[in-house]
Design a protein around this ligand. Structure first.
Ligand SMILES: Cc1ncc(COP(=O)(O)O)c(C=O)c1O
Length: 441
């Protein structure tokens, strides 16, 4: 059967960004089953025993309580399960000295739903017909933002400034406030902090500057804290969440061990949340109450924040250290490789300046060498302009054993070194520079 699709049907039946290449990765893994192939592409967090145990204990507590029937045998409100909302309000007020009330919280089925609701409630065709954009102030960004709008060409991203630490083989993206445009054509602003795929953490000053730009136009700014504190606390650098005014602080419990239960939490102004809540009622009524109920227990007794800080963060931070150390040992000094500062999340982001092939071609070479990573060009949703950098990066997942990460990076280093060496433009000892041509040393 081939049902006719509406415009929205066409838009939403396409997979964006990294999801489009997952098909190739799954096929490669299937065909090479039993082979020595290291998969460093996954975005799915690992199951950590302490985290699984926490959710098991919360489930046992819920099952033994008289509340169980209320949780699973009844519908609830679209705003969310009341004990979870109360636990979040208490925890955030105490932790960050806020003055939140229950009205400032909305629970959704995963945080992706928050961005979907916001992108379509505030972005797209306005009541007066004007096209309102969903602005991503920094690119590369979370590939899932590429698919959030029901209208094509609504998501727009801005090219960043690059802060390069040449001798350290490191770099960091910065928002380019000379270019960034937030005005009456903007419906809402979204960015991840820490960022998937780069691990970048925007500074407090940068966050305030973005939020302030949006204030005069009444534009909501959604800060995606899927990797932020206090859960899952996957920030490796200091990060103080920013609240208030037009900012909607968005949590996800997916990297805190509950991706299957789909729990996202938006914290912000009631007028903004009311719009998202009504959208949610129309779309799916509410999030699963079982996930919300066990989350309420783990937040109220402090166990979730504790396991985040003492188990989840050190686990992935150590993985990043293994990756970085291996690359530093295995990649030649005179090769123009740059690792993004590892400030958080569960990925490393590698930039290969003047790479003599595209990231897709490199991905194929790496598969041959027995290591799967994700080509970086999948991570520039909304950035349509030509920019060679988009084809020069790779995302490397930290969701593997230390041994696999180390071996994977050795293979990657050997492959990359060979590729640069084979390129006629490379000779040992020559320093590579950005040139106008973009490909020449
Ligand atoms: C930056 C970022 N935001 C949002 C999401 C979606 O998370 P959730 O499972 O809460 O929908 C992810 C998932 O990987 C992510 O990396």
């Amino acid at each position: 059967m081939n049902p006719a699709l509406s415009q929205i049907g066409q838009q939403m039946s396409q997979l964006t960004g990294v999801r489009a290449i997952m098909k190739d990765i799954i096929e490669t893994l299937r065909l090479n089953r039993g082979q020595d192939l290291i998969n460093l592409s996954a975005g799915n967090p690992l199951i950590l025993p302490e985290v699984e145990q926490l959710w098991r204990e919360c489930t046992q507590e819920l099952m033994a309580s008289p509340e169980f029937g209320q949780v699973v045998c009844r519908y609830g409100t679209s705003q969310g399960y009341e004990p979870l909302i109360a636990a979040v309000v208490d925890d955030f007020n105490r932790r960050y000295g806020l003055n939140l009330s229950e009205q400032n919280v909305l629970v959704t089925p995963g945080s992706q739903a928050i961005y979907f609701f916001a992108a379509n409630a505030f972005g797209g065709a306005a009541a007066n017909g004007q096209a309102k954009k969903v602005v991503l102030p920094l690119s590369p960004e979370y590939t899932g933002y590429g698919g959030v709008s029901l209208m094509p060409h609504t998501v727009v991203a801005y090219r960043p400034r690059l802060e390069i630490f040449e001798t350290e083989h490191a770099f960091k993206y910065r928002p380019d406030f000379q270019q960034l445009q937030i005005d009456d054509t903007t419906g809402c602003v979204i960015f991840s902090r820490p960022c998937n795929p780069t691990g970048n953490v925007l500074t407090d000053v940068e966050v305030r500057q973005i939020a302030d730009l949006a204030v005069p136009y009444g534009v909501p700014v959604l800060i995606d804290a899927a990797y932020g504190p206090p859960y899952p606390s996957l920030n490796f650098t200091e990060l103080v969440p920013v609240f208030g005014g037009n900012i909607v602080h968005c949590l996800s419990l997916s990297k805190a061990g509950l991706p299957g239960e789909r729990v996202g939490i938006a914290i912000g102004d009631r007028d903004i949340l009311s719009v998202l809540e009504a959208f949610q009622t129309n779309a799916c009524i509410h999030a699963s109450r079982y996930g919300q109920a066990i989350a309420a227990l783990a937040i109220a007794n402090g166990a979730l924040a504790d396991v985040s800080l003492n188990v989840i963060r050190p686990f992935y931070q150590r993985k990043f250290a293994v990756l970085e150390e291996t690359l530093r040992t295995a990649l030649p000094q005179d090769l123009p490789w740059f690792l993004h500062r590892g400030e958080g999340a569960i990925f490393a982001w590698l930039w290969l300046r003047n790479l003599p092939m595209t990231d897709w071609e490199l991905y194929q070479h790496l598969k041959q060498a027995g290591v799967i990573v994700v080509p970086g060009s999948s991570f520039f949703p909304g950035l349509s302009e030509e920019w060679h950098h988009k084809q020069e990066c790779l995302r490397i997942s930290l969701t593997a054993s230390d041994e696999e990460i180390a071996l994977g990076m050795e293979r990657l280093a050997a492959t990359i070194s060979q590729i640069y060496q084979d390129a006629s433009t490379y000779s040992a000892g020559q320093q590579w520079q950005i040139s106008e041509a973009g490909m020449r040393p």
